[in-house]
Design a protein around this ligand. Sequence first.
Ligand SMILES: [Fe+2]
Length: 519
Amino acid sequence: MTGYPFSRRTLLRAGGHAALVAALARAPALAAPKFLDDPFTLGVASGDPAPDGFVIWTRLAPKPLEPHGGMPAEAVPVGWDVAEDESFRRIVRTGVALARPELAHSVHVEVGGLGSHRRYWYRFVVDGIASDIGTVRTAPAAGATLDRLRMAVAGCQHYERGLFTAWHHISQEADLDLVYHYGDYIYEGKAAGLAAAAKAPLVRHHNSDEIYSLDDYRQRYALYKTDPDLKAAHAAAAFVSTFDDHEVENDWAGDLDAGTTPPEVFLLRRAAAMQAWYEHMPVRMTQFPYRGSPRTYRRLDFGQLVRLHVLDKRSYRSIRLCEKPGNGNCVDTRDTPDTLLGGAQERWLGEGLTPAFAWNLLGLGGLVMPFDRSAQAVPSNGYDNWTGYPDARERLIGMIGERGKNVVITGGDSHMFFIGNLPSRRGDLESPSIAPEFHGTSVSSISTNGLPIGPDPRAATNPHISMIHDQRGYLLFDVAPKTWHADLRVVDQVFTPGGRISTLARYVVEPGRPQAVKV
Ligand SMILES: [Fe+2]
């Protein structure tokens, strides 16, 4: 694409109205480079809605899979607009942000001063070229009564293992307030070879060997973010983003990887990965990776209806228990009580659990419920989940019992739905539930249960678990003061375009009854 004069496509993409012409007119004075290719190949995104605003994000990358995204090593001014209407006739905020080479020419604008619980549209402009348009709704005012909140919960999107059809369907869900992304936004592995192809179908390939350097991670994010279904989902609703293990490396824990790498060496890789995570997520400056460690645990409030606690389940956890004796950075037993959230985050969670909200949603990641695995085809202990951190789980249960009112737990990482109830007593799966858990499946990553797509027989031997089901998809929560509905949305296949969506099951939770009840 050429820069000036702007093309017909540019005008069409941005709506083609007088306001756009005004926005484009600003661009030449800002000394942006001339772009021969579309600089907005990675789309746009919004995130972390507040009552008065949100983050809007883009990254300039005319050649997304090349070093530095094909950008010159200089800062580039990028214009942005926020409007009350899709055609940008009523622009209410506008500005210019610097896309800096230090941050891969990403742009994070924290827009404020907007009305609460209102829908807005946004776009970016550089060198006379307009980005796609995104839409986002602000959160309700603090303390406001709210009769409905609608959110999707998704993650685990292995690029090679399936198309991002679930993201297409999320982009089509009516009236979404937000998408909670529980992590595994990218996978760090090398392009799959023949052995991996023999195990399960591959629909496309990673762009490189295993990723280690900052530029490796940037190019991997760029590969994923060029996917049109993922771009559509970002343009359709605000994301609340966190990370799990594969944003860095499989099963990492604190300052240790799952291999034998010394911590000081692993921390270099982790810092590169965290910088790239920040660069590619629509998150606020409070999540900036100072000295390689972003603080990503945070709360988002939606009137009096929902408090969402976003938790970091990787950075502060104790050393792993060994799945097999001596396999890497792990121990067979621990001498001191384990932690999964770390002391500071655990205290912070306890302080923030409050009955001032009708519901507290914990984005905990990893399966929190214990379960009897004796019936499974592929043996594993599940030590990467909360089962590997039994003291932390017991303290969490105590905290919910003491301070939590109407707590719902969500997350993902198993690449299967697990719907059930967290037992209140250690070692007693039949003890009363302390909170329902809706553990999401994956957008495209495959499970390791070794069974065909469909129901998993392990649910039958676990009295506290209603359903275990292996199929790609996402969770959809419809929240009201007196009901928490959860739909298990599934796509029929992810190997060819056009996979169809349906609802596998619907659950409801009622206030004061910490049970996921199938309806
Ligand atoms: Fe995953």
